[in-house]
Design a protein around this ligand. Sequence first.
Ligand code: BDR
Ligand code: CA
Length: 310
Amino acid sequence: VQSLIIDCDPGVDDAVALFLAFAAPDLELLAVTTVGGNVPAHLTQRNARIIRQIAGREDVPVHRGAERPLKRPPAGAGEFHGAEGLGDLEPFEPAGIIGDGPSANAIVDLVMNRPQGSVAVAVIGPMTNLALAMRRERRLAEWLGPVVVMGGARAEGGNITASAEFNIWADPEAAAVVFGSGCQVIVLGLDATHQVRADEGRIAAIEAVDSEAARTAAALLRFSQRVEREVVGGEASPLHDPCTIAWLMRPDLFQTRPCRIEVETNSDLTRGHTAVEFRVDPATARHHWAVAADGQGVFDLIVETLRNAA
Ligand code: BDR
Ligand code: CA
């Protein structure tokens, strides 16, 4: 069983990642830490509590997090996630409380009070919280288990600019702190997540699972698919954030390569670009970049995990 913190900005695909993790038998979810990103921080923490309530996992604390990136004004991706972040799901004030202390403190406390290397962190929003945590506790980077990131773009270019993917673009300075910290980072960028697409058949398979979590996940994916058609002009929407949870459960669904990643912070034009250098010594490389993903395998894993938890 892998102990895990999910740092997120729900966000439609963040919500699906949470449903998957809440249902995964081999993941011990220590906390969900939230951050401003797709929508402002007061909404991402509320949305995480809504998803927690639907999943029936009030045992997992949800913390509020950074309201703005380290140096940039807050971003926002409401056109992809709906004005309040959960597509066309009717928002409500969840019953469960907010965890004590901000996300960055929760990350430090949970990681430093457990054996070295035992806690993984999945970062599926801007990396502000983890960067703040690393500033607060200098030993954090060497104490962390694998950091599994949804972020970055290489082969096809970005999804927010020609050069950059949203999570890295939103807080490039934070991403630079994390990639420069020496911790082990597995990166599921657009090269991989664009191979994991929700078409009607895959959404229907999730919807057929008899649980509120599965039906809600399917409704969120339908929203994304509509956005993909109307805003992007594509057919099936990419399923970004759940790839991190899928990697923790079934790393064999992804092909990764050892590398060194640096993040552009100086240029306006290429802000948040991930420069992925494969000419490294594989024995000492701290970063791994996903070059391919088994899309059907990821969807089968989601269906099977939600079904077993139903
Ligand atoms: C990432 O940006 C956000 O809008 C999604 O939730 C995902 O984390 C994809 O670029
Ligand atoms: Ca996200």
